[in-house]
Design a protein around this ligand. Structure first.
Ligand SMILES: NC(=O)C1=CN([C@@H]2O[C@H](COP(=O)(O)OP(=O)(O)OC[C@H]3O[C@@H](n4cnc5c(N)ncnc54)[C@H](OP(=O)(O)O)[C@@H]3O)[C@@H](O)[C@H]2O)C=CC1
Ligand SMILES: Nc1nc(=O)c2c([nH]1)NC[C@@H]1CN(c3ccc(C(=O)N[C@@H](CCC(=O)O)C(=O)O)cc3)C=[N+]21
Length: 292
């Protein structure tokens, strides 16, 4: 049976370290990192997620600012709010919850956030830096996934990594990170041929598809490390359940290690958001990032 990679524990450890760092920033530099989260609309899942983020932000000693806007908010109003957050010295990180309602241009909004306050790593400047010098902010879900992979496997050099999914927020930045870690990287998507065979070549398999339990145990190389990014809400036996993109039961009989859903990548994503906020606060304040 596969080792279960406990995302909740990894996230707790990261938050404990952040709490110590935040208290040092307060005492040594009078700096309290602040994170602003903007939510447009009333999607219940997003609301729970935003509430969790705010709670954990405060728990590590940072300031949390929440902005909830109606679904029919126009683009100009949202862009004005972002401009005021960009100018607010108490705010070091700005996250606009995605997806946005269809009448709002997501690309425009993402790039309206100052790249110095972007904590998602979605701004063009940070996307560019991830793919060149690696100096910018790294998207939270891939960053958390990489941290768990390194903690599980140590050096990743020479391993075959297959990522299923090519989105800008998960698949592509995950590929960039694994390439930087010296893996041989393949990105698969809905037009990929022989997906099952390709998955079987992977020492590291990352599933970021959005299809409940799509990846089966017999698609997995024995002993492989499986990172399940998928968060799918399904109805089963009259109850609502959260499942990943990997069929956990069959996969855990073949894999060497696997992240569960819930309790895997999700909690690490939020902890990495807090990590990115601290990074940006230090950058804005001119505190050496290699300091601590
Ligand atoms: N744990 C966390 O913190 C987070 C979890 N998620 C979850 O991760 C999953 C993926 O999210 P996201 O990247 O935003 O999703 P997107 O819908 O943006 O991308 C899905 C990708 O999967 C590919 N795909 C779809 N169907 C198939 C198929 N049958 N075979 C192979 N590839 C396929 C698509 O291919 P194509 O490009 O050809 O259409 C696309 O590249 C979702 O379940 C989401 O909820 C997302 C963000 C954070
Ligand atoms: N600008 C932006 N940045 C994001 O990072 C972003 C976003 N928009 N929009 C939505 C997706 C999704 N996402 C999740 C993060 C944590 C959990 C999480 O903590 N999940 C728990 C379960 C939570 C539950 O029970 O619902 C777990 O997997 O254990 C889930 C999903 C971040 N996203």
């Amino acid at each position: 049976m596969a080792t279960v990679i406990n995302g909740k524990e990894h996230a707790q450890q990261l938050r404990d370290n952040l709490a110590i760092e935040v208290s040092k920033l307060k005492s040594d530099h009078a700096l309290v990192p602040g994170l602003a989260v903007v939510l447009v609309g009333e999607d219940p899942a997003s609301q729970i997620y935003v509430r969790n983020k705010a709670k954990q932000t405060v728990e590590v000693g940072m300031k949390s600012f929440e902005h909830r806007l109606d679904t029919d908010t126009d683009e100009v109003t949202l862009l004005d709010l972002i401009a005021s957050l960009n100018a607010d010295d108490a705010v070091h990180g700005i996250l606009v919850q995605l997806p946005l309602p269809p009448h709002i241009d997501e690309f425009k909004v993402i790039n309206a956030v100052s790249h110095d306050k972007d904590v998602d790593g979605f701004h063009l400047m940070n996307v560019g830096r991830l793919n060149t010098d690696g100096g910018g902010v790294v998207p939270c879900t891939p960053l958390g996934s990489l941290m768990m992979l390194k903690s599980q496997l140590g050096d990743l050099t020479g391993l075959n990594a297959v990522i299923v999914g090519r989105s800008n927020i998960v698949g592509k930045p995950m590929a960039a990170l694994l390439l930087k870690a010296n893996c041989t990287v393949t990105i698969a998507h809905s037009r990929t041929k022989n997906l099952e065979e390709l998955c079987r070549t992977a020492d590291i398999l990352v599933a970021a598809v959005g299809r409940p339990r799509m990846i089966q145990g017999d698609w997995i190389k024995p002993g492989a490390t499986v990172i399940d990014v998928g968060i799918n809400r399904i109805e089963e036996n009259g109850a609502t359940k959260l499942v990943g993109d990997v069929d956990y039961l069959s996969a855990s009989e073949v894999a060497g290690a696997i992240t569960p859903v819930p309790g895997g990548v999700g909690p690490m994503t939020i902890a990495c958001l807090l990590h990115n906020t601290v990074q940006q606060a230090k950058r804005i304040a001119g505190i050496d990032l290699s300091d601590q």
